[in-house]
Design a binder for this molecule. Sequence first.
Ligand code: DGJ
Length: 731
Amino acid sequence: MRMKKLFLIFYLVSCTLAHAQVVKNNLSINTENTCMVFSVTTDDEVIYRYYGNKLRNLDAFSYELRKNPHQPFPALYPTFGGTTSINPALKLTHGDGIMASELKFSGIRTIPVSSDVVETIIELKDKLYDINVSLHFKAYQKEDIITQYVTIKHHENKSIKIENIASGYLNLHADHYYLSHFAGAWANEMLLEEELLTHGIKSIESTKGVRTAQTENSSFLISIDKKADEYSGEVYAGALAWSGNYKLSFQVSETGNLDIVVGMNPFASSFILEPGEEIKTPEIIWSYSSIGKNRISQNFHNWSRRYALAHGNDLRPIVLNSWEGVYMNFDEKDILSLIDDAANFGVELFVLDDGWFGDKYPRDKADSGLGDWVVNKKKLPHGIGYLADYAVNKGVRFGIWIEPEMVNPRSVLAEKYPEWIVKTDKYTPYVERNQWLLDLSNPDVQHFVEETFDKVVSMSSNISYIKWDANRHANNVGSSYLPSDKQSHFWYEYTKGLYKVYEKIRAKYPDLLIQLCSSGGGRLDYGALKYHDEFWPSDNTNAVDRIYIQHGTSHFFPAIATASHISSSPNHQTGMSLPLKFRVDVAMSGRLGMELQPRDITGKEVDFVKQSIDTYKNIRPIIQHGDLFRLSSPYDSKKWASLMYVSPAKDRAVYFVYSLGYHVRNEFYCKSLKGLMPHKKYKVKELNKLNKSSCFADGKIFTGEYLMNVGIPFNISKPYESGVLLLEEVK
Ligand code: DGJ
């Protein structure tokens, strides 16, 4: 009996000792209001301690505060092996077949990049093997954003096999965690779903290779103890900057901790890393707010305008895109008339969408011509230069559509380069939207895509905008370029190949405006977006659906980048009829554009649209550079949606209210506004008034204090009525 007791004591002591994590020093990554804290133990382990509100003193992290000796603090970058048994951030097989890794602290470097950005590199080294893992953090002070990526290099005798290499890891502890993520489908992207995380693993992932954001976006929010509220509560957010396969995994463990591992999807993607070679993960972009999710969105918007969007400090032109106006059925006369109409409505840029190319196989339908980037002379006898010059002479800039990663089987390109098509050698390649995918892991294909871009842009010096589309996934994947033992590198190499092309194009054409489109929002992630000026959120242009879709995108992506077009009624995708005012009011909450045949706007409506376009030019700086405040969610059963933008100087604001259902008499919309200065006085001007006024405040002056406590009641109650107010400071 005594022996048994002694053994038990010995066992408990040895367990505790084995897991002892005595802190040697603390490391932190700081922004103005937040920080991450890690500790280095006497055993040179780097452990994950904290992410949240900024802490000015880290001394207490040196105490031994762990409650459970059987649950050590997790590693900053958990590996398969060592002490942890959670879903690892890193899993690899060494050259000798050993599957475990134990990473030890080997140094830290801090590099001040600018007055706003500090880079910190934490170097880790395997205890036994010659493998270096570097964790790169960039802390954006004013934006409260921390980005993270990982690089691995080794000098083992043989190659190693990387089975999982995550971009980042977070460990949280709370009673409850709610996950908000964005699911959908083609023409129905970015729909908000919120759920309580329970024990087990919830994973959100894409294995589609291309168009990976179409059904699930790689951005998410975790709110603590309750569903994410706009203006209260703790919220963590992550957005993975990667356009290839990804996996976000959320595991609530037996102790109630939440482990979040995010990065490229390990699915069918093991990576052979040769000695001396390096692999770099995509960036994960983190943000934390203790005052609700609206602040998270503002952090992302500020950060992206400054760092992750081309020309984020400029203003975007108003666009007429030809797709829903004429689809592929047009001739030169039709395009000239669209340009005339664009000029007449005050539109600033015209985009010629799909259907302008293909010689031997003209692009009259989606089944031919893709890959043959020569103008279709039958449709456009005077070429693209003629159209672009015509537009510019009318005071309208000119843009054009391309889809350079794809090819139709009916094309000269497919006939000439069958080896460029993504396919498994022995199986017939599968067509999606009548097209195949070109193998961007192949440098020749990368070169072709660059050349295509050059060729298209050089058709006229008056081309100032490109819409880059991608309309299928990758499946039946295989590359005739990659060696047979590295076919699983395809997913990584495709996306890296795409980024190489983007990089070169951006270096060569820094001034071009480029729209990110992939059947709508199929490539909406910060990996791709940073090379673009804006994105096309969805092929669904129905204003009601756009309220939901753009509510979703607004969580991470700013209005300046959100192409939002007025389209026809009945809507081409949904068949739904909506009042013109409602369609205009919704489109104006993003980067305004038109996606219709302008000749279908007739009578009094012409003046209304012209006036609205003119109004948008005036309020554009507030929407595109201001702070967003979401006031009412369309998911709310009360059936209102509302948002406002406030200028950085807080002297101007635009306020949008949309009715999404029937509201009986005793139900009227009146919300406290946000983001104004209490002592300032603001004069209200109702915009886009058509037939009747939507509120009684037009022309009246209110203090910011009144507006932020009492609000303005709206006189709208029928489905799809709306109101837009401009508030301007009066001195
Ligand atoms: C899908 C895009 O989302 C549309 O806007 C349009 O450009 C078509 N492709 C053209 O094929």
